[in-house]
Design a protein around this ligand. Structure first.
Ligand SMILES: Nc1ncnc2c1ncn2[C@@H]1O[C@H](COP(=O)(O)OP(=O)(O)OP(=O)(O)O)[C@@H](O)[C@H]1O
Ligand SMILES: [Mg+2]
Length: 301
């Protein structure tokens, strides 16, 4: 495991007040810098912008959650940061270096299960390490450490189809972290899990993040999840995609499920909900066509 895990707690020490906490975060170096980023896709001969002028800075070891309406470009942003897609304009800097393609300094975890089905759990985690030139014996030792970290040491010889969805995602997290990324990009990683497993995974992820020197960009549609996990919440808007607000999460750390009823948590959720359901007039384009497939006197309210 990399030396960067030696004193990760130093970056998370809790000062007394929220303002002080964010002052401390701001003093950490910027690890990810997105500058005037734009992306458009060509469809039907037209250039359609996904987002324009996206600018944001993320500090070392911050836990950022991104929310926003479907289609506002969250996954596109994640793919560009990961180097899997090219921007149409602007730039992404990681640790001051221009992102020009994929690299081991960025790890990805997606909603869909992406483990290699023909490899054991351990071989899945070893894969990137061996591709990076690690000797098999060292890769195996590292893989075991990461599997222990996500609580799956006993399953190293299992195959992905023998695991539950939550376990598969824990292996995916171990596999991504094994390569020693500076930033972990997670695109709705728990979206396919049932509510109970999802809550459990959120707890695991916070524990892992406390122990590993990694910054997290986590995309979600779930406001509770964003409020529970994040330091700051990136609220994006659509048409074209843009940064609406970057909200500093006032809920104290360490987090626990009891905080879901705390005044800070409820206030934050209210603010997020205002973004998701803004009080506006329904536009004609939002109305579905009046096709009726019920009988007379068969009305619902
Ligand atoms: N490869 C592509 N070619 C053309 N258009 C694309 C492509 N990928 C994404 N888009 C378009 O870009 C826009 C943003 O897509 P993106 O998947 O980034 O949204 P999102 O915010 O992640 O949405 P969701 O919340 O539903 O996951 C959408 O309008 C989508 O149709
Ligand atoms: Mg998406």
């Amino acid at each position: 495991m990399s030396a960067r895990t030696s004193d990760p707690e130093a970056y998370l020490r809790q000062p007394a007040g929220v303002a002080e906490r964010f002052e401390r975060i701001r003093q950490r170096p910027v690890i990810l810098s997105v500058r005037h980023l734009s992306k458009d896709f060509e469809s039907d001969g037209h250039r359609r912008p996904v987002f324009e002028g996206l600018t944001l800075d993320i500090h070392r070891r911050e836990f950022i959650c991104a929310i926003g309406p479907s289609g506002c470009g969250k996954s596109t942003l994640a793919r560009i940061v990961a180097g899997l897609d090219e921007a149409s304009g602007g730039e992404v800097l990681l640790d001051g270096a221009l992102v020009t393609g994929p690299g081991p300094d960025r790890g990805m975890v997606f909603q869909g299960y992406t483990l290699f089905p023909w490899l054991t759990v351990k071989a899945n985690v070893m894969f990137g390490l061996e591709m990076g030139g690690q000797a098999p014996a060292i890769a195996e030792q590292e893989a075991r450490q990461w599997l222990d970290m996500v609580g799956l040491g006993k399953f190293e010889n299992a195959y992905p189809h023998e695991l539950s969805g939550g376990m598969k995602q824990r292996v995916a997290i171990a596999r991504a972290l094994a390569n020693g990324p500076r930033i972990l990009i997670m695109d709705e990683p728990f979206g396919a899990l049932d509510a109970q497993t999802r809550a459990q995974m959120q707890g695991y992820l916070l524990q892992i993040w406390r122990k590993v020197d990694v910054t997290i960009l986590f995309i979600t549609h779930d406001l509770d999840e964003a409020a529970y996990l994040s330091d700051r919440i990136l609220v994006m808007g659509a048409n074209p995609g843009r940064v609406v607000e970057f909200i500093e999460n006032p809920v104290p750390r360490p987090r626990s499920a009891e905080q879901f009823q705390s005044p800070e948590f409820l206030a934050l959720k209210r603010r997020l909900e205002e973004h998701i359901h803004p009080p506006m007039e329904v536009e004609e384009v939002d109305l579905l066509p009046m096709v009726k497939l019920t009988h007379a006197d068969d009305e619902v309210e």
